[in-house]
Design a protein around this ligand. Structure first.
Ligand SMILES: Cc1cc2nc3c(=O)[nH]c(=O)nc-3n(C[C@H](O)[C@H](O)[C@H](O)COP(=O)(O)OP(=O)(O)OC[C@H]3O[C@@H](n4cnc5c(N)ncnc54)[C@H](O)[C@@H]3O)c2cc1C
Length: 324
């Protein structure tokens, strides 16, 4: 028989752990199915900006364990397992996880996203051999080298600044003709003596046999192809939501994010979504935390018997999953 909780939360990032704190503090028995990489995207960030209470920023390796400890201290049962599937079980939900089944009367999905890959030749082969998604982890291995950063948004420029502290030189390769990052990152990057930005530049191939030796680029304006020597390549070209486990149960948006109403309620009764896996979430840590707290509150109300808006019942969802 599956263990039974009031609230089951999927995810191990700031959204899920904030939801766990709030659900537990409202007296709900709470399990966190926290994934295999606790901490989420923030864990590897050297300096997280924009979190209230930390005007100088805070490192992911400091903040993430604090969040987890707080949720556990408030009473949440935290498991390092992946959510693999979800199905109705009467008026509750049964969650299939990589560590067995659990049952809960309310579910909060806060499984976040993963960094998108470029999808070019050489990327998979050279992953971990100079191709990286983690500046703070791999920068110390690339001292004095010239490295590339692909992207022009907040993540790319923030990580370019982290890299510039450790490596010889950083070249930002951006396909557009303007950086899309916020001014707080644009200005320091554009004035940094160790960082240059190449606009209108598309990475077509990552070069190297056993380790990255460079990239082949396409110049958007001239159409020219050029090779550029690099000792490493850090890729920040957007995010892909972790929502595969929902399969046919919920209609996702075109990007794979989970639609909800303003109360974090999905189309399924008792199932809520929070953080960057949710459609319309704005991509900042503080926002994921706020949505986690709001989802916990909504789950609590749902368990108290208040109306659940436009959601369908677990039974109706089961019929839909069977083509009904
Ligand atoms: C390079 C970079 C720098 C950033 N810098 C900042 C910054 O300075 N300030 C800021 O506010 N924001 C920053 N962000 C954005 C920030 O990382 C996100 O807003 C935040 O991490 C979102 O939190 P989340 O909990 O919604 O999702 P995530 O952080 O993605 O957490 C999702 C969690 O769910 C887990 N998971 C995935 N699939 C499953 C599953 N099937 N079952 C169970 N668990 C699962 C994952 O392992 C992970 O632990 C940055 C992002 C990047 C990429």
């Amino acid at each position: 028989m599956a263990e039974s909780y009031d609230v089951a939360i999927a995810g191990g990032g700031i959204g899920a752990l904030t939801a766990a704190v709030h659900a537990s503090r409202m007296g709900r028995s709470t399990i966190v199915v926290g994934g295999r990489a606790p901490g989420g995207l923030l864990l590897s960030i050297e300096r997280i900006d924009g979190v209230p209470g930390f005007p100088e920023g805070i490192a992911g390796y400091e903040l993430c364990p604090m969040l987890q400890e707080q949720a556990a201290d408030d009473g949440a049962d935290i498991r390092m397992a992946d959510l693999e599937g979800l199905e109705p079980a009467g008026e509750a939900w049964r969650l299939q996880t990589s560590d067995g089944e659990v049952q809960a009367r309310a579910v909060i999905l806060a499984t976040g996203a993963r960094l998108r890959s470029l999808g070019v030749e050489g990327e998979e082969r050279l992953q971990g051999r100079g191709v990286s998604h983690c500046a703070s982890c791999d920068a110390p291995l690339m001292r004095d080298r010239t490295v590339g950063v692909v992207g022009g948004g907040d993540s790319a420029l923030q990580e370019a600044l982290t890299l510039a502290d450790a490596v010889g030189e950083v070249i930002v390769l951006h396909r557009g003709d303007e950086l899309t990052a916020q001014a707080a990152y644009r200005e320091p990057v554009l004035t940094h003596p160790k960082i240059t930005v190449r606009y209108g530049t598309v990475v077509e191939e990552i070069l190297g046999e056993d380790a990255v030796s460079g990239v082949r680029t396409h110049d958007v304006a001239s159409g020219d192809t050029r090779d550029l020597e690099l000792g490493g390549l850090f890729i920040y070209v957007g995010l892909e939501p972790n929502s595969d486990y929902l399969r046919d149960l919920v209609e996702l948006d075109d990007d794979g994010r989970i639609p909800t109403d303003a109360n974090m309620q999905t189309e399924l009764a008792g199932v809520f979504a929070a953080g960057i896996v949710r459609r319309g979430s704005l991509g900042q840590a503080a926002i994921s935390a706020g949505e986690g707290a709001a989802a916990a509150k909504a789950a609590h109300r749902h368990l108290g018997g208040e109306a659940a808006g436009r959601a369908s019942t677990p039974a109706a969802a089961a019929a839909r999953g069977n083509g009904g």
